[in-house]
Design a protein around this ligand. Structure first.
Ligand code: ZN
Length: 148
């Protein structure tokens, strides 16, 4: 199976049944992200235990890529530390914008997001949830982030 098939399968799967698609009622951080280019609108919920991401979820509506990317992200980062999440944010950003990410091993299943590079207009769809998560982790005094 080549990357293109894998990409399509993973996106379809995670869009059809997104993981962690729910509200966290007692979330420590709630941040809304918006991608005006496509109209994707996601809210990221974060429950922290010190430096650890105890729980992570999202809600909202968007295209298949934005939803699948958020699903993959929440699945991957639950139980990870703030520092690990920041590092992965950097690696994913690299993956979406460069041809050769430096740390492919750290990506695991997220490596399929490389398929988005074939559709440059969708890069912001895939990165929306990551920017929103970073904003939430940084505890930005804003209630929303935008890819613009
Ligand atoms: Zn989109």
């Amino acid at each position: 199976m080549d990357l293109k098939d894998l990409y399509r399968d993973v996106i379809v799967d995670h869009n059809r049944s997104p993981r962690n698609f729910r509200k966290i009622p007692d979330a420590d951080r709630v941040l809304e992200g918006f991608n005006p280019l496509c109209g994707d609108k996601l809210t990221v919920y974060l429950k922290l235990d010190g430096e650890t991401i105890k729980d992570l979820s999202f809600e909202g509506s968007g295209c298949a890529i934005s939803v699948a990317s958020a699903s993959l992200m929440t699945e991957r980062l639950k139980g990870k530390t703030h520092a690990e999440a920041e590092k992965l944010f950097g690696t994913v950003h690299e993956l979406l914008t460069h041809d050769v990410p430096t740390d492919t091993e750290a990506l695991g299943k997220l490596a399929v997001l490389a398929g988005v590079r074939e559709f440059p207009s969708r890069v912001k769809c895939a990165s929306l949830c990551w920017h929103t998560l970073k904003g939430a982790l940084d505890g930005a005094g804003r209630s929303s982030v935008s890819t613009e």
